[in-house]
Design a protein around this ligand. Structure first.
Ligand code: NAI
Length: 448
């Protein structure tokens, strides 16, 4: 029998929810976290960030084994064992989700499995029982959007929610949508030998990214057939029919992955019972993660503000600090993002176009990563570029984008630069370790 009265109830145990629970528990609050799935960790740990990165790593090892002659390594019989790769992925996911359960216990957080629904602004019902909380944080995440196209209901049409359940890799995969999810899976499946086509309706992939860099990534993924400006018409048993330049054409497909965006999970929560302001784009929050209902907060994807696990972490911290009476607020100008393709594309802040639109006078510097010793030694002639956008009036960094290698491990330096409001002249005095790819950040800014 678990208690029914809490200081804080958290609905959803993804990154936003579990981190908030951990922080509040560590500060002595009596916390209940409610999860409708069988394991903790949300989409990120179970069907998103962690499993995709685990599989991408297996695929990269396989790919490198086949493309390493120039580095003096010849592997004659490299094989990709899909079942073993999936088993390794499951082991990683299992350990990570257990780690979250351990963190809940060690911070005295009570975990309850079931679907929560608001009864009023302080009470939720779960498995026909009522639980009350002085404060409630909604952290219910997001789900893939299904597009209304003929044939989507067929069993070979899936979303990222089902992709880890496939028994074997397809021969011909068509991915509808050239956003982050579409490109990461395109990179993974093409590296393990699947014929991949991506159908993107806009003129370039990754619509929110600097188009010069998005184009470079698209052309780097040369093993995939990435079509832009195309409209998927219908999905048949073994092909996807699309329109390009007014003409009908098709791609073979024994599996179709829909990757056309995600929408906040605002349904079946009883939100209408508490008059909270929300729409299909998410629950309205201010920069303290407060909703219009004084004791109810929302964090992560469900706010529709930034659909990234690390944004959710920070939003969870901000919500808990607000509840604890500490001054804190969410800032979105220094949120790094990564597209974990091979090569990786990482970025932060404003693109050239966005900065100009916001009225900045900007200075732009671009550098080929090939000029960086460590990058060239490890990646040869692979594409790699770093681009910086600086405010000409204040000398502050507005945006930075790195395509190449494992740029995900480097981009946080730009987050620190932006957060700490360092000026270009300050960065010129920082010592970066040599030889590392991180030096490219200093070098590109040196040219400003
Ligand atoms: P997205 O919004 O990034 O991309 C969807 C793409 O599909 C867009 O390029 C759009 O133009 C295209 N599209 C939409 N309807 C279409 C249609 N009918 N035909 C052809 N193309 C169509 O959404 P995505 O990739 O599903 O990702 C969802 C969210 O999850 C994003 O906000 C992303 O940031 C987040 N995410 C982040 C990851 C990361 O940080 N590495 C990994 C996975 C997801």
């Amino acid at each position: 029998m678990i208690d029914k009265k809490y200081d804080l109830i958290i609905i959803g145990a993804g990154p936003g929810g579990y981190l908030a629970a951990e922080r509040a528990g560590a500060r002595g609050k009596k916390v209940l976290i409610i999860e409708k799935e069988k394991t903790l960790g949300g989409v990120c740990l179970n069907k998103g960030c962690i499993p995709t990165k685990t599989l991408l790593n297996s695929a990269k090892i396989f790919y490198k084994a086949q493309h390493s002659e120039m580095y003096g390594v010849t592997v004659s019989d490299a094989k990709y064992d899909f079942e073993k790769a999936i088993a390794w992925k499951s082991k990683v996911v299992n350990l990570m989700t257990k780690g979250v359960a351990y963190k809940m216990k060690s911070n005295n957080v009570t975990t309850l499995y079931g679907e929560a629904k608001f009864v009023d602004k302080n009470r939720v019902s779960v498995n026909s029982e009522l639980y009350s909380g002085d404060n409630i944080i909604i952290a219910t995440g997001s789900s893939p959007i299904a597009i209304p196209i003929e044939g989507v209901e067929q069993p070979h049409v899936i979303t990222s929610d089902e992709v880890f359940n496939i028994a074997e890799p397809p021969q011909n995969l068509v991915i509808i949508g050239g956003g982050v999810i579409g490109l990461e899976f395109a990179s993974y499946f093409s590296m393990i030998g699947v014929n991949v086509a991506v159908l993107e309706m806009l003129p370039e992939v990754l619509p929110n990214v600097d188009s010069e860099i998005a184009k470079l990534l698209r052309t780097s993924l040369s093993d995939c057939n990435i079509l832009t400006n195309v409209k998927a018409q219908r999905i048949e048993k073994d092909k996807v029919v699309y329109i390009k330049d007014g003409n009908e054409a098709n791609c073979d497909a024994d599996l179709v992955l829909l990757a056309t965006g995600r929408a906040p999970n605002v349904e079946r929560l009883g939100l209408e019972n508490i008059n909270i302001e929300f729409s299909k784009n998410g629950i309205n929050v201010n920069d303290k993660m407060e909703t219009n209902i004084p004791n109810v907060f929302a964090v992560g994807d469900v706010t529709g503000k930034s659909l990234l696990a690390h944004s959710a972490y920070r939003m969870g911290e901000v919500a808990v600090n607000t509840i604890l009476g500490a001054s804190d607020k969410m800032r979105y100008n220094a949120v790094p993002w990564v597209v974990y393709t091979n090569p990786e594309l990482s970025g932060i802040g404003l693109t050239e176009v966005q900065a100009k639109k916001e009225g900045y006078t900007i200075k732009v510097s671009t550098m080929q990563l090939r000029a960086n010793g460590r990058f060239y030694a490890e990646h040869g002639n692979e594409k790699g570029i770093v681009k910086a956008i600086v405010d000409a009036d204040t000398d502050l960094l507005l945006g930075l984008f790195i395509l190449g290698g494992v740029s995900s491990e480097v981009i946080h330096s730009a987050a620190i630069i932006i957060e700490a409001e360092l000026r270009v002249k300050d960065i010129k005095e920082i010592i970066f370790p040599h030889p590392t790819v991180s030096e490219a950040i200093k070098d590109v800014l040196w040219e400003i």
